[in-house]
Design a protein around this ligand. Structure first.
Ligand code: TYM
Length: 485
């Protein structure tokens, strides 16, 4: 049962239009302990300080990983003196005990540090030591008497990254589509080409079993993706190309990592919530563990750079949290990996809504589609019947593709759109041809590689051998540091 004060506070927030959810935990006083229990980092915590100045009290709301910069704060407030309120003063002003402060303080001015707005959601006190509010950060601007200002400095470096390894993976749930190619594979190629990194590219077949699947299709699809990688231009002499299940150390490390991951954190991930909506009868431990296995995939190679689409950012955040926790608790030296973004980091769906995805019929173009198939699919993108006016989402999609596949011609089509003279079918057919032009060499190489069974087998065997050496060394190190050997 929720505390009456917490409910009242929640109602007040609702009236102000501040969207939030309520998280429950045992009685915890410090922000560190609450975040640890809930499985979040300090960068996703709001900490409220009540400060005393010659002009009166002020509440300062900042992120848990940011320290107050008194010089900046005095300047913003136009004051000479600035000190912390005593515990008694804190109680008087907030009406609650220290540690339980919430963000609404009717008697004080509120300064919200601008770094708070770098996050989408953030946790803050509820007035009770048993509940924490998770706010939609954009709504915090609605706090009465509040002002956003730069009053802090970061205390913990958020990216500690000296690694020169790259890792990425694609699930074996079907053939590759344009979203996979533009958001991920193009990044794989770009990084391989620099010659500066040791690149490891994987078909994450074990991740493919976290949602219902067909075993014959999986066995076939996983090999097709290796062939796609090679046809796209990955060079097995430069990159290590592997099946995840050929390096069982990934699974082993994921289990060790799961000991520092909080269940509540996993339950709140948007990707998990989406998947359980799609598969309400298959809410499994494997699905809940998906991000932990992904963290193990990356960190087992101590990779610092991960070429993936923007949709994978929440999983990378979990990976960084795991790296930090392992380093803190066991003295490991995992880097905090960052995403390598391509120009195609978000490829929209052909339906005009959401992103291109293997699981949404009619949303994607496969890399192996013929010109005829591509033409048919591009023609199906919904467009306004009359040209001109506001761009509908379908039209925006067409222009996103135009920018990526025929950038020189896009200006001409855009002008025609603005003048109201654009014939959509002409734009669509030109686009279909431009897409096919880019895919044709890939398809030709693909046919050759697919017929060379021995070569493909050798790439997979050699990749597994090279990867296992690195993976085994990391697992041995972790076992030692965790007291297992
Ligand atoms: P998966 O198989 O869903 O997608 C593979 C890659 O394709 C990118 N992608 C897109 N990029 C731009 N626009 C789109 N519409 C689009 N659709 C897909 C994804 O961002 C991804 O880069 N969790 C990962 C697999 C994985 C992984 C890893 C990735 C497991 N372990 C370790 C990197 C590192 C996934 O589901 O990808």
């Amino acid at each position: 049962m929720l505390d009456k004060n917490v409910l009242e506070y929640s109602e007040t927030l609702k009236k102000l239009g501040i969207n939030h959810s309520i998280l429950e935990h045992p009685e915890l006083v410090t922000v560190e302990d609450v975040q640890k229990y809930l499985g979040f980092g300090l960068d996703e915590a709001l900490a409220t300080l009540i400060m005393k100045t010659e002009k009166g009290f002020v509440a300062i709301v900042r992120r848990g990983d940011c320290a107050l910069d008194s010089k900046k704060t005095k300047k913003v407030l136009g004051v000479e003196s600035l000190s912390m309120a005593t515990d008694d003063e804190f109680r008087q002003i907030t009406g609650v005990v220290p540690g339980a402060a919430h963000i609404l303080h009717p008697v004080t001015k509120v300064i919200i540090d601008e770094k708070v707005f770098e996050k989408e959601k953030i946790n803050g006190g509820s007035g009770s030591l048993l509940y924490t509010f998770r706010y939609d950060v954009g709504d915090l601007k609605k706090i009465p008497q509040s002002q956003i200002a730069d009053v802090t400095k970061l205390t913990v470096s958020t990216v500690i990254n000296k690694s020169n390894r790259v890792f990425s993976g694609i699930r074996a749930t079907g053939r590759l589509h344009l979203g996979n190619y533009l958001g991920a594979v193009k990044g794989f190629l770009e990084l391989e080409k620099t010659g500066k990194y040791e690149t490891v590219y994987c078909v994450v077949d074990v991740h493919s079993i976290t949602t219902p699947y067909d075993k014959e299709a999986l066995a076939k699809n996983k090999r097709e993706i290796i062939i796609d990688y090679l046809a796209a231009g990955l060079d097995p002499k430069k990159s290590i190309i592997i099946y995840q299940s050929d390096v069982p150390e990934h699974i082993e490390l994921a289990f060790y990592f799961s000991s520092v991951v909080n269940v509540a954190r996993m339950l709140h991930l948007p990707t998990y919530k989406d998947k359980i909506k799609q598969h309400p009868n298959a809410v499994t431990m494997a699905l809940l563990n998906y991000p932990v296995l992904m963290a193990a995939d990356i960190l087992i190679y101590k990779a610092g750079l991960v070429p993936v689409g923007i949709d994978q950012e929440p999983h990378l955040e979990v990976t960084r949290e795991i790296a930090r926790k392992m380093n803190q608790l066991y003295g490991t030296d995992f880097p905090e990996p960052v995403r390598f973004a391509t120009k195609g980091e978000y490829i929209p769906s052909l339906t005009g809504e959401g992103k291109m995805s293997k699981t949404i019929a009619g949303s994607y173009i496969n890399l192996t589609d013929s010109l005829e198939e591509i033409r048919k699919k591009v023609r199906s993108v919904p467009t306004a019947t009359t040209a001109g006016g506001e761009m509908s989402s379908g039209v925006k999609t067409l222009f996103t593709f135009a920018n990526l596949f025929m950038p020189e011609e896009t200006v001409k089509y855009k002008k025609a759109f603005e003048d109201g003279t654009l014939k959509f079918v002409e734009l669509k057919d030109a686009l279909a041809e431009a897409i096919y032009r880019e895919l044709k060499p890939f398809q030709e190489r693909r046919a050759k590689i697919a017929s060379d069974t021995k070569y493909v087998d050798e790439v997979i065997r050699d990749g597994a051998e090279r990867a296992r050496k690195i993976a085994k060394a990391t697992v041995d190190e972790v076992k030692k540091k965790m007291g297992l050997i």
